[in-house]
Ligand binder design. Structure first.
Ligand SMILES: Nc1ncnc2c1ncn2[C@@H]1O[C@H](COP(=O)(O)OP(=O)(O)OP(=O)(O)O)[C@@H](O)[C@H]1O
Ligand SMILES: [Mg+2]
Length: 464
């Protein structure tokens, strides 16, 4: 049903074709021809005139002459592909420009047609180009719908918190806005960054990662922005930085809190204006990039302490995704365990069937300070060391089988009235069980009704 309606809509909407040709007679005749075939048309006499039209209007296809004053067809092609890579471009070649036409194909043009224009040929090529585009868009649409239906590919999570995050990702992926992902180590920040890129319209474009913490202050700028030959000792050749490599896709700035302040200001400029210079260079380079940043520390704290620029923080934090630690979503643990058993069964060609309930209980109780990464490593090493039929207590590493939640202590002054002691003990036990009265009753060796009764008179001394 859904696909049918997409198709209907596509055929109902008129496609818009931008024709760029410096010879007004040729331009006008192409335009008339396309109009007769039911297309909307826009006309420009060179690349420079065409670009603003292309930016403002929804253009589905560009047909451009190659040799034109001001901005030629090749430059226009490059600009169109940079701004909207999914737009197809058809080039017109006259005698003597075949070589240029071939170059255009290499740069991503869909096809070329030769002058003098044959109406039948141009209609055919236009139809094919639009068909290809529709197919590409539909495929993308279909694929992402199928994925959405179950989960984000390879990201497991049934807890309310994770489901909310998945919904947020579906919602924001198509936009170009910056995303800041915050979470403890091993919570899946990189996984989420990947998912956003591969769900975005930039999916088929570069996805480049920079681990800011691993770069010393001296080399981070040349790593990010590139450098020109001879700009510093050791710069024997000029080199593209990660920003140029990521263009026109997505750049993932991991551990962004480690970017030194002097570089933060340059980063801010790229975010605001999409431009920068290579180290030691004076040519301004323009890029079209989506930024996803990740941090395992609270950046707001870094802003307060003056180590992270506030303006940069706001630029990065347009969308904020906060990944909860595993201990706050224990209900995900069984699903993750099964996922990892499957994963490593495949990797090591094993046939581990599952996990016993008592082993599962211990894994659920454990604190997982290394989060999902620690859980994943644990399952992998159990499989590799024991290759058990079913994972059970003897297979668990000692830190897990011997793990007990640290005893919490309340201290009470000698001579405190018994009813005060009881009240304090009850309040603290409830705190420890996060308000779970059944569990608190179990711990205290009383029944739940007693707890209710005692709580009703909570603010007064408990009856003796
Ligand atoms: N929800 C999840 N489902 C399946 N696998 C996950 C999930 N979350 C994390 N993982 C796995 O756990 C490991 C750690 O994830 P990732 O590298 O994305 O964490 P991170 O937050 O970037 O960690 P760090 O802060 O240490 O860089 C990876 O192998 C990843 O595939
Ligand atoms: Mg990471």
């Amino acid at each position: 049903m859904r696909i049918a309606s997409v198709l209907e809509q596509e055929t109902m909407d008129k496609k818009t074709i931008l024709v760029v040709e410096d010879d007004p007679n040729v331009g006008e005749s192409i335009r008339l021809l396309l109009k007769k075939r039911g297309y909307e048309t826009l006309l420009a006499s060179n690349g420079k005139e065409a670009l603003p039209l292309f930016r403002q209007e929804t253009v589905d296809l560009v047909i451009t002459d190659l040799v034109m004053p001001k901005m030629d067809g090749i430059e226009l092609l490059e600009e169109v592909k940079r701004l909207r890579p999914e737009t197809e471009v058809i080039v017109i070649s006259a005698q003597g420009t075949i070589e240029k036409a071939v170059q255009a194909i290499k740069l991503g043009a869909f096809d070329f047609i030769e002058k003098p224009i044959n109406p039948r040929v141009i209609s055919l090529v236009v139809e094919r180009a639009l068909e290809k585009q529709t197919l590409v868009l539909q495929n993308r649409d279909l694929r992402s719908k199928l994925e959405d239906k179950f989960h984000l590919k390879n990201i497991i999570g049934r807890s309310e918190k994770m489901v909310k995050i998945f919904e947020l990702i579906q919602h924001i992926a198509p936009y170009d806005s910056s995303v800041l992902i915050v979470g403890e180590s091993g919570t899946g920040k990189e996984l989420i960054a990947n998912a956003i890129h591969y769900k975005s319209p930039r999916a088929s474009l570069p996805f480049v990662k920079v681990s800011c913490a691993s770069l010393s202050e001296g080399i981070i700028e040349s790593e990010l922005f590139g450098h020109e030959r001879g700009s510093f000792t050791g710069a024997i050749a000029s080199r593209k930085g990660r920003f140029e490599m990521a263009h026109p896709g997505t750049l993932f700035l991991d551990e962004v809190e480690d970017i030194p302040p002097s570089t933060q200001i340059k980063l801010l400029r790229v975010l605001q204006e999409g431009e920068f210079e290579r180290v030691g260079g004076n040519k301004t380079i323009q890029v079209n990039i989506r930024i996803i940043a990740a941090s395992n520390r609270d950046l707001q704290e870094a802003v307060k302490n003056g180590v992270f620029r506030e303006d940069l923080y706001y630029r990065l934090n347009v969308v904020n995704i906060k990944l909860p630690p595993l201990r706050e979503r224990k209900e995900d643990i069984p699903f993750l365990i099964n996922f990892f058993i499957d994963k490593f069964n495949q990797k090591y060609k094993m046939k581990v069937k599952g996990i016993s309930q008592r082993a599962m209980n211990l894994l659920m109780d454990y604190e997982w300070s290394g989060n999902v990464r620690e859980l994943e490593n644990t399952i992998e090493s159990i499989l590799v060391i024991h290759s058990p039929e079913v994972i059970d207590l003897p297979h668990l590493p000692p830190e897990i089988s011997e793990y007990r939640e640290k005893p919490e202590v309340i201290s009470i002054k000698i001579g405190t009235r018994l009813e005060e002691v009881e009240k304090e003990l009850l309040i603290q036990t409830l705190k420890a069980t996060k308000g779970n009265k059944r569990r608190a009753a179990e711990l205290l060796g009383i029944n739940v009704r007693t707890i209710h009764r005692k709580m009703e008179g909570k603010d007064e001394p408990f009856p003796a």
